[in-house]
Design a protein around this ligand. Structure first.
Ligand SMILES: Cc1cc2nc3c(=O)[nH]c(=O)nc-3n(C[C@H](O)[C@H](O)[C@H](O)COP(=O)(O)OP(=O)(O)OC[C@H]3O[C@@H](n4cnc5c(N)ncnc54)[C@H](O)[C@@H]3O)c2cc1C
Length: 353
């Protein structure tokens, strides 16, 4: 069996690792010219479901490396006013922090990934690329994210919908001063119009150093504070003028190469096609709002589920069962992420019981 995976994001790479581990022939085709091509490096909170999927798909020899380059997230979630006076507190949470850029590097290890291959369409199970080349496979998996060209061909009327929320995601290298802003799982600071959400990415070991021990090239990413300002201001520094000096300093010290403005859009999964030899995975079919903290977790879970089914069954049966399960939990994940988006909007950040 030969599988062509379109898209080298977390979901596509996790699937490729899982198939390779199971001895199934797999190739990944990625539009970007390389893994460092553009802003990719935000922090992701991994829940058990995502971590277990990663462990199931990654070769056993890389499990300790995964552990070394993740970080612990636990404790209270507190909301402050602009002078860092506490307004309210949400129940504690626990998760594992992982940097998307570091994880992608780890997931690339040993895989056959073709960069610079923009998928444009398919005929049967022949995938076609913008450079005029094609590849024949027994199964094409569209893991090509929210703007999925595979979905555009398979279910052209299934499009992203805009929540109307815009945000700026930033990253500031961790210092003891900034670390004190996030004593628990996460911190929110708000003036009632703009909200700043802070979270830590503190690696157990520096990724580059840990990677070298395993023969894996990982980026030299420092520990950092991940912050999100929403709604997105034109100039992030201006939005926090008059706020506590530590908060202003954090936003002003952001690394512009790893900060970006984002529109929050979702894709609600619905089957608009007959199950066959082309399918979808991750954001390509169920893109969530980042507020749900579940998009990557679901993409990784999809990868594991599809891999397990392809090991057990013939392609058409595996795809049909995968899509039946995935469309159901994917729809729930999207609705959850939209429902909790409200919690992150400043109107609701004031004192609440
Ligand atoms: C700021 C932020 C914070 C987040 N935090 C969390 C979190 O805490 N927890 C969580 O679970 N999720 C989180 N998410 C969501 C998570 O990042 C995504 O759900 C996840 O990365 C989706 O993975 P994917 O593999 O489906 O798609 P992507 O990661 O989008 O990968 C798609 C890949 O396909 C490639 N591609 C696109 N078009 C083509 C084409 N035509 N041909 C070839 N290749 C193509 C792209 O270049 C890309 O590499 C967050 C998202 C954001 C933006």
């Amino acid at each position: 069996m030969r599988v062509a995976v379109i898209g080298a994001g977390l979901g596509g790479l996790c699937l490729a690792q899982g198939l390779r581990k199971a001895g199934i022939d797999v190739e990944v085709f990625e539009r970007d010219p390389g893994v460092r091509a553009r802003f990719q490096g935000y922090r992701i909170g991994l829940a058990d479901v995502g971590r277990e999927a990663l462990l199931a798909c990654l070769p056993d020899r890389l499990h300790p490396l995964l552990d070394a380059v993740t970080g612990d997230l636990h404790g209270r979630r507190v909301f402050h006013d602009t002078q860092l006076r506490q307004l309210r507190e949400l129940e504690p949470m626990t998760a594992i922090a992982v940097d998307r850029h570091v994880l992608r590097h780890l997931l690339l290890d040993g895989l056959d990934v073709r960069f610079g291959k923009q998928f444009t369409g398919y005929r049967g199970t022949r995938a076609e690329f913008a450079d005029g080349t094609h590849v024949d496979a027994d199964l094409i998996v569209g893991a090509d994210g929210i703007t999925s060209a595979v979905r555009g061909r398979l279910a052209p009327d299934l499009r992203p919908s805009d929540t109307g929320v815009r945000c700026v995601v930033g990253r500031t290298t961790l210092t003891p001063e900034f670390e004190s802003l996030v004593p628990g799982f996460g911190t929110g600071v708000s003036d009632g119009e703009v909200q700043l959400m802070l979270g830590l990415m503190r690696f157990r070991r520096p990724p580059r150093e840990a990677g070298l021990e395993f023969g894996v090239e990982l980026p030299d990413t420092p520990d950092y504070v991940r912050w999100v300002l929403l709604p997105a201001p034109d100039v992030p520094g201006k939005a926090v003028e008059g706020w506590h000096p530590r908060v202003r300093a954090l936003v002003e010290a952001a690394d512009p190469a790893h900060s970006a403005a984002l529109s929050i859009r979702v894709v609600r999964p619905e089957r608009r096609w007959a199950p066959g030899r082309v399918t979808l995975l991750g954001d390509a079919i169920h893109a969530t709002s980042p507020s749900g903290g579940n998009g990557a977790n679901m993409a990784l879970y999809d990868a594991r589920l599809l891999r397990d089914l392809l090991v057990e069954k013939a392609v058409p049966e595996a795809v049909e069962e995968y899509e039946t399960q995935m469309l159901a939990y994917g729809a729930q994940a999207v609705e959850h992420s939209v429902a909790v988006l409200d919690q992150f909007l400043p109107e609701r950040a004031g004192p609440r019981s």
